[in-house]
Design a protein. Structure first.
Length: 342
């Protein structure tokens, strides 16, 4: 007998929908404690701008009135995509495994950002040698496989107190564009960008492939989990699971670039409140990223023209979160420092 979670009846997606109805909310007492201390610190009220709301956010979603980040983690979900046979990337599929080796050897950009910011790094190989079907021809998954990959992403998140989500997968800016086109409509061309650096002909091919994939899948206007199943990919499914698991475990989340945001957009379409424990680390240079961030109501922390993926923007933003917490915890109060209040 197959287990219920591998049933072809549609049960697994219902389990995921059910989980979304049981997600914890913010810890209001922890937010109040942070605000009370902030009012005593030796600075004009509000003078640290968004650093102040970042501290409240960590308190709210870690349920800690004295918020800390001691064990931040970058999690990279890596996989391969059959859609690359349509000529939508500037790089070959072989880069996927080569970059897994590079992550393991410490040679990737994210390795150095993790060293520089004292962040743990875990890379998850999601059947990287077995690409999902080309979404312009076939659905990426059946429901059981899609739900199992979401579950894998949920299981992957253990022991961190701040989660930086990243990915690796040649062709996945096309996948993310298809997800966004299926969720938000418009023209396929509105959602494609240059990814790893395709030329004008490559960009036109991406738009045509995304249009074909979404039309084949029956979108726009599909249920969000059906969008994931039909035109998504394993790293996006696992990221959906990781975002849910982080919420259940009270771990705040930093979202990386365009591809990670596709997972967030699926959850947002299911329930906008499901992303309240997430901050957009940066706005990637991928053309449509800013538009998707607006759709999901996230103002990015950084805008450095980065378009690497692999969690690099989230790792950088982790440093800002830790700086915000250090300032909040370490500053003197007006009374302690004998500084006059205004
Ligand atoms: O997330 C982003 O904003 C982003 C923007 C451009 C490229 N990427 C990375 O580049 C790969 C996808 O690019 P492409 O051109 O192969 O679709 C994949 O490994 C991503 O991690 C990621
Ligand atoms: C070299 C390379 C490194 C990456 N890291 C994340 N996506 C990537 C894509 C390429 C091509």
């Amino acid at each position: 007998m197959p287990s219920p979670s591998h049933s072809p009846t549609g049960l697994p997606f219902d389990d995921i929908r059910d989980l979304l109805t049981r997600m914890p909310g913010p810890d209001e007492a922890a937010i109040a404690a942070v605000r009370a201390r902030d009012a005593e610190l030796t600075k004009p009220a509000g003078a640290l701008g968004r650093l102040e709301t970042i501290v409240e956010w960590v308190a709210a979603w870690s349920a800690n009135p004295k918020p800390r980040v001691d064990r931040p983690l970058v999690a990279i979900f890596a996989t391969s995509h059959g859609v690359t046979k349509q000529g939508v990337s500037a790089f070959p599929d072989a880069v996927n495994r080569q970059m897994l080796d590079n992550f393991a050897a410490g040679g990737a950009a994210v390795n150095q950002l993790c060293v520089a910011n004292d962040i743990g790094l875990k890379v998850f190989d999601l059947a990287i040698d077995v690409p999902t079907p080309d979404i312009s021809e076939e659905d990426a998954f059946d429901e059981a496989a899609c739900a199992a990959t979401i579950a894998f992403g949920m299981e992957a998140i253990v022991g961190a107190d701040l989660l930086c989500l990243g990915e690796m997968g040649i062709g996945n800016t096309t996948i993310a564009a298809a997800v966004h086109h299926a969720l938000y409509g418009g023209e396929a061309a509105d959602w494609v960008g240059r990814g790893t650096g395709v030329d004008d002909a490559g960009l036109a091919r991406k738009a045509e492939v995304v249009a074909r994939a979404v039309a084949r899948a029956g979108g726009p206007g599909l249920d969000p989990l059906e969008v994931l199943r039909r035109v998504g990919g394993r790293e996006i499914a696992a990221t959906v699971g990781a975002i849910i698991a982080a919420r259940l475990q009270r771990i705040p989340v930093l979202l990386d670039g365009y591809v990670v945001t596709a997972a967030a957009a699926i959850l947002h379409a299911l329930d906008p409140a499901s992303l309240d424990h997430c901050i957009a680390a940066h706005r990637s240079a991928e053309a449509a990223h800013g538009r998707v961030l607006e759709k999901i109501g996230k103002r990015p922390l950084l805008d450095l023209g980065m378009r690497l993926g692999e969690g690099s923007g989230a790792a950088l933003a982790c440093g800002i979160v830790r700086n915000a917490l250090a300032v909040h915890q370490g500053m003197a109060t007006f009374e302690q420092a004998a500084v006059s209040r205004g």
